[in-house]
Write a protein that binds this ligand. Structure first.
Ligand SMILES: Cc1cc2nc3c(=O)[nH]c(=O)nc-3n(C[C@H](O)[C@H](O)[C@H](O)COP(=O)(O)OP(=O)(O)OC[C@H]3O[C@@H](n4cnc5c(N)ncnc54)[C@H](O)[C@@H]3O)c2cc1C
Length: 461
C-alpha cells in the first residue's frame, strides 16, 4: 500500500451507495482530480449538491502513493510553446504554477499538514548523453519572458545542493514543492466531508447514461445518481472508457524508501528539500522526507495491460530490486542501510505527455486524465477547470489551451498497445543503459526507441 498511506493513518471506509440520489454534480473517482473538482465546485457555488463515487477508498490509488513531487509545468515549457504558441502556453504555465502555490495555501488555510515544502526541483544529468535534458525548457522560459522559472545549474551548483558522485550539471525549477501525498489526499477527503459533499466508497460506477439534459451514474451495488453534470476523474481507469480509451496508455512506476538516514543527507549536503530527477526518459526521481529518509522512484515500470489496470498495481519485485540498486549507485552512503518499503502504482500516460481535459459533445460529461506521472500539482488545475465546466461556466481556466485539445496521437487497442509499448520500453532501457555507459546504442534498439516519436507521441516533456 505504500509508506505514505501507513504514515497518514487508517481511515474507515464510507458506506457504498445503494439508493437513488439527485445532485447537481456527480464526481466519479476519488483521487486528487475528483476531490479537487468537488472542492472547487463548492468554492464556485456553495449551494451546489455534490456527490462523489469512489470504487475503493478515496486517495488510495496513485494519489495516495506517488512520489509527492508537486509540480508546475515549467519543465515542459518548450513543448507547450511548440504545441500551443507563446501566449496560450504562458497562460497555462502560469495557471499550473499558481496551482502549486494554491495547494500550499489550501493546506495552511485548512490546517492540513501535508509537509508541503516549496524548495524547487533539479533535473540533473548523470552522463554526457543526458547533459541537454531540461535545456530546451531553460530557453523556452527565457523566450516566454520568465527566465527565472527554469535556470541552468553547473555541476558545482548541483553538487552544492546534493553531492551525488554521479551528478553533473542540471536545471533548476524553483516553483516545485514536495508533500506527503497521502496526507493531501486524506486531508481533502476529510475537508470535503466537512463541507457536506456526499462521498460513497466501494461504489464502482459501471454505467453512465445521459443526454444534453443530464446524466445518470449507476454503481455495481445498484445505487444511482441523477445529476446535471458528471465528471470522470478515473486516472488510469480512463483506459476502459468508450471514446477515451485511444487517448491514453497505462504504464507503472515504482518507489523504494530507506529507513531514516539523516547522516547520509548531511554528508551529501541534501538538506534543502529539493526534489530531483535524472534526465532520462524512463527517469529516476528522488526526494527526502521530513524524518530524513530517501525516496527513490523509477518511472519505467512494466506496462499494465487491460484487466491488470486495477488501480492497485502492487510492487513488481524485479523492478523494486533494480530501483534499490540504483539508489546505492546514486547515493553510495546508503549501502548497508535498510530499504524499509517498496511499492508501485499505475500511470495514465498521454501520447502528448500533457494532461487532457475536456467534455463529451452529447452529454454534460467532463473528464481529465493523462497526467503522465506528473499529476500532483496539475490535478488541482484540472479540478479547478472541471468545476467550471461542470457548472457550465466559461472563464480563463476553460479557455486554457489544454481544454479540448486533441490527444496528440492515437493509442491502439489492447493487446497491440501493450505489445508495442513493451517492445519500446525494452528498447529505451537498452538505449539509456548504453548512453549511461558512454556507448553508442545498437541501431535496432535506437530505431525502436524512436518509433513513438515517429507516430506523433512525446515520451519526454
Ligand atoms: C508510484 C507513483 C509515483 C508517482 N509520483 C508522482 C510524483 O512524484 N509527482 C506527480 O506529480 N505525480 C506522480 N505520480 C502520478 C500521480 O499520482 C497522478 O498523476 C495523480 O495521482 C492522478 O490523480 P487522479 O485523481 O487523476 O487519479 P487517481 O489517483 O488514479 O484517482 C482515480 C480514482 O478513481 C477511482 N475509480 C476508477 N474507476 C472508477 C469507477 N468506475 N467508479 C468509481 N471510482 C473509480 C480509483 O479507485 C481512484 O481512486 C505518481 C504515480 C505513481 C503510481
Amino acid at each position: 500500500m505504500g509508506w505514505w498511506l501507513e504514515e497518514a493513518g487508517d481511515v474507515e471506509s464510507l458506506p457504498p451507495l445503494s439508493t437513488s440520489l439527485d445532485a447537481d454534480v456527480v464526481v466519479i473517482g476519488g483521487g486528487y482530480t475528483g476531490m479537487w473538482t468537488a472542492w472547487h465546485v463548492l468554492q464556485a457555488d456553495p449551494s451546489a449538491r455534490v456527490v462523489l463515487l469512489e470504487s475503493g477508498l478515496c486517495g488510495h490509488g496513485p494519489s495516495g502513493r506517488n512520489g509527492g513531487f508537486c509540480e508546475s509545468l515549467w519543465l515542459a515549457a518548450h513543448s507547450l510553446q511548440e504545441r500551443f504558441g507563446a501566449a496560450p502556453a504562458r497562460a497555462l504555465l502560469d495557471a499550473a504554477s499558481r496551482s502549486v502555490t494554491q495547494i500550499g495555501e489550501w493546506c495552511e488555510e485548512n490546517g492540513v499538514d501535508t509537509w508541503f515544502r516549496q524548495s524547487g526541483y533539479i533535473c540533473v544529468s548523470t552522463a554526457p548523453a543526458f547533459d541537454d535534458a531540461g535545456r530546451a525548457s531553460v530557453r523556452a522560459a527565457a523566450e516566454l519572458g520568465a527566465p527565472e522559472a527554469v535556470q541552468e545549474l553547473s555541476a558545482e551548483q548541483v553538487r552544492a545542493r546534493c553531492d551525488s558522485p554521479v551528478f553533473r550539471g542540471g536545471v533548476f525549477v524553483p516553483d516545485f514543492a514536495t508533500l506527503q501525498p497521502a496526507r493531501l489526499a486524506l486531508g481533502l477527503r476529510a475537508k470535503l466531508l466537512e463541507r457536506g459533499v456526499r462521498i460513497f466508497e466501494r461504489s464502482r460506477v459501471s454505467g453512465l447514461g445521459g443526454d444534453r439534459g443530464g446524466v445518470v451514474a449507476r454503481t455495481d451495488e445498484g445505487g444511482s445518481v441523477r445529476a446535471s453534470a458528471a465528471v470522470l476523474a478515473l486516472g488510469p481507469r480512463t483506459r476502459a472508457v468508450d471514446g477515451l480509451s485511444s487517448r491514453l496508455t497505462v504504464t507503472s512506476s515504482h518507489i523504494v524508501m530507506t529507513e531514516p538516514v539523516p547522516d547520509v543527507l548531511e554528508d551529501v549536503g541534501w538538506t534543502g528539500g529539493e526534489c530531483i530527477t535524472d534526465g532520462r526518459l524512463l527517469l529516476h526521481y528522488f526526494r527526502t522526507t521530513r524524518d530524513g529518509r530517501i525516496v527513490l522512484g523509477w518511472g519505467g515500470g512494466r506496462l499494465a495491460c487491460g484487466a491488470r489496470v486495477n488501480g492497485r498495481v502492487e510492487v513488481d519485485p524485479d523492478v523494486a530490486r533494480q530501483v534499490a540498486a540504483d539508489l546505492e549507485w546514486m547515493f553510495p552512503g546508503v549501502r548497508g542501510r535498510r530499504v524499509t518499503h517498496a511499492w508501485g502504482g499505475p500511470i495514465d500516460v498521454s501520447p502528448s505527455h500533457i494532461p487532457q481535459i475536456g467534455s463529451f459533445s452529447d452529454a454534460p460529461v467532463h473528464y481529465a486524465f493523462g497526467f503522465t506521472g506528473n499529476g500532483v500539482g496539475p490535478t488541482q488545475l484540472a479540478g479547478r477547470t472541471l468545476a467550471s465546466l461542470a457548472l457550465d461556466r466559461r472563464d480563463e481556466l476553460t479557455r486554457l489551451p489544454i481544454v479540448g485539445a486533441d490527444a496528440g496521437a492515437w493509442v491502439p487497442p489492447e493487446p497491440l498497445a501493450w505489445l508495442g509499448g513493451a517492445a519500446v520500453r525494452s528498447a529505451i532501457m537498452r538505449v539509456e543503459a548504453a548512453k549511461e555507459r558512454g556507448e553508442q546504442p545498437d541501431p535496432l534498439s535506437a530505431a525502436a526507441a524512436a518509433a513513438p516519436r515517429a507516430l506523433g507521441m512525446h515520451l519526454a516533456r
